[in-house]
Design a protein around this ligand. Sequence first.
Ligand SMILES: [Zn+2]
Length: 289
Amino acid sequence: MLGATGVEAAPLTACPTDASAPAETPLVRLSTEAGPAYGSMQYAHQAVGLKPRQVALTFDDGPDPATTPSILAILKKHCIKATYFLVGIYAEKRPDLVRAIAAQGHIIGTHSYTHPNLRRLSTSRAHREIRKGFEAAQAALASAPPEDRARLAPFFRFPGLNDKKSLIRWLGERNVATISCDFGADDWKHISADQVYQRALRNINSRGQGIIILHDTKPHTADMLERLIMRMRQQGYEFVQLAPDAHARRLATQVPGALLDAVPVTAGLRPSQTAEVKIPSLEPAKPIR
Ligand SMILES: [Zn+2]
């Protein structure tokens, strides 16, 4: 393990609406300094430090008024906090949903402005896509309380996972981490909720831990999510939440061409609820492609 991250222990109180679950989701703090790229599907050597049977839920492409609220309700019922990668144009359309995501304690990263294949764009257009994605998420949260604004992380996920070395480097110069995944559930395909459920479970069980990529824009994902959560808990899995380390937002704002603005220093992630684990900084990861 490369030691880039630490999993924080959560208090052992029970979830009020799911007696089988803990009230809190342990945080996995990721260093964003110099823009590491995480997720074994693309960056095999960059471990995020999950233990066996720990799974981090991530949701891409929202917010979507048809499905995001029901997924938020399921996560709330089962006391699970996740990490979202929002698309800028949808954040602009439904800033209330962006605020709802943050208010529920989820971490927000971005996923570009219009979800293009960034490999196919000119450098300047790709930069603009990434920048406008952050601006849209930030604008949606502008009226939110500081602790919710602080949940916008210097995390970026490439649309379609179509990364590019030069863009990872550009993000890294701005202290923004690239977050890929360890596996998905094919929920972007035209398959049934049951097939999404089966594929999610198969991938989770074959790896035993990891970051799963799902889409909160898909009805079949909303349809199977509660069943998946309950089955995973029966099988002894623990949900953890990918979150930036304590320095991330400051580092991302103190660079030329920063993609994020500062939030008030009084704002922090769950300041009184979890003890922080010290995380050593790390050289930026080299992408495999
Ligand atoms: Zn996407």
